[in-house]
Design a protein around this ligand. Sequence first.
Ligand code: NAD
Length: 556
Amino acid sequence: MLQITRVLSRSCAGLRWHHCSVAEVKNEPILEYRHGSSEREALHKALQELKGKTEEIPCVVGGEAVWTEDVRYQLSPFKHGHKVAKYCYADKDLLNKAINAALSARREWDLKPVQDRAQIFFKAADILSGPRRAEILAKTMIGQGKTVIQAEIDAAAELIDFFRFNAKYALELQHEQLISVPVSTNTLVYRGLEGFIAAVSPFNFTAIGGNLAGAPALMGNVVLWKPSDTAMLSSYAVYKTLLEAGLPPNVIQFIPADGPVFGDTVTGSEHLCGINFTGSVPTFKRLWKQVAENLERYRTFPRLSGECGGKNFHFVHKSADVESAVNGVIRSAFEYGGQKCSACSRLYVPDSLWPRIKARLLEEHRKIKVGDPAEDFSTFFSAVIDDRAFRRIAGWIKHAETSPSLSILAGGKCNDDVGYYVEPTIIETKDPKEKIISEEIFGPILTVYVYPENKYRDVLHLIDSTSPYGLTGAVFAQDKSVIEEASRVLRNAAGNFYINDKSTGAVVAQQPFGGSRASGTNDKPGGRHYILRWTSPQAVKETHVPLTEWTYPYMQ
Ligand code: NAD
């Protein structure tokens, strides 16, 4: 422990925002960006610097920047005329080079003391917390269409927390040791996995990309990180921060690539030892099947970790605090345009409360401002991520317009002239199994089902059986017996279960995140257990007493 404290103290010497002992690691405070604050000023400046700019982002393989001819652009979702990044896709050859480069660094990195590895992540967190905070926020806002607060809780707070808490957990894990006896000492050695890890990240959280690649690296693994095409700008900033913090160049290879080309190449390598994925169910299933098909080839059984989609519910009981339920729904369903895996997309309301809740929802809905989050800080959410998402979501609205059991209560307009804008949309369904209330949409669309007040038990079972997912869900009720009953019935319906709170906003170390069923492997990033997925422990027994004979006493 002493040694750990000493190393950490050195890492943060002279920095105002330092953490000097593992016990002191705390959640990063969320800044408010009020008028006149220094953080607001810094953010304005960083946004200004990105205006009209296109950053060039290469593949980084073997520590070198590499360009291929397959050049692509990342567009700003709310102003698609602005190309925020120019990057290129790695081809199969380059991906294979990246695998070799990673493998060449593996032994040395894995043998590095965990204190040294952890120190890099503490330092990266300090850099993100201080000098690079505004830059990474601005890149997340412009590139992924986030508002100030959504960028702050993601690219600053969550990412910093991931790095610090994972490092803390990795250091504490060293003390999770075995029983030693007078004749022998037993030790668990927390090794990295043998081979390389493929980290595949989604567009919607800058923090997730950093964690998918960062957590395995912290545990002594080498990683091929394929960032999302629509989060390139912020992902590259995270990568550069890790290098700046001292991550050796070959530990994480940064390789933008076509999804299937990347997936086919990594699952085809005998050295694949793990996939750390966050994204949609079809992509994860495809990767899992490819691993199964290639099973004979691998040197070790690859570990598969995948956090996927959701169809998250808010259940309102007649005893609920109506105001809290309404505000929770507005935030959860519409913040970041419903593009959080945890966003509420189905709402169950008792008929007795519906007139009040409907009136309040429509009243608040009218106040929601959708627009350019960089120019106008009073914007509540912005455009959806790209033209594909725009068309998909518009398709759902068309479906709502034509389906006899659905009626659009608010919103429903889409416009992609300047950016991929979709209005916050509230739909009522008379059919509780309509596909709009069971399939993931991933946009600003909320579907409401109104149930007879005295049938709430049936509705709990309905919620449990409506969708294939099990990610997040919330129960709003003041009646304690209803909360207990709902917790029992919905035990498997949500990996993150909220009581009188909205279904979004999980905080590292407070609500580790993930769900089962079709929502993924529920490895709970943000929790202490998560890093165990990225270590392959070796049990070492050292005997201090020589063996003097091979026969046993009872044999004599
Ligand atoms: P996506 O599945 O389209 O893409 C995810 C990543 O996979 C991207 O980097 C993409 O390029 C890559 N990819 C695509 N095809 C591939 C292939 N064949 N092989 C390898 N990689 C491939 O998902 P998305 O649109 O970026 O993200 C949205 C989805 O992510 C939603 O379903 C959302 O619910 C889910 N999500 C879940 C969590 C969670 O923690 N459960 C968090 C964030 C997002």
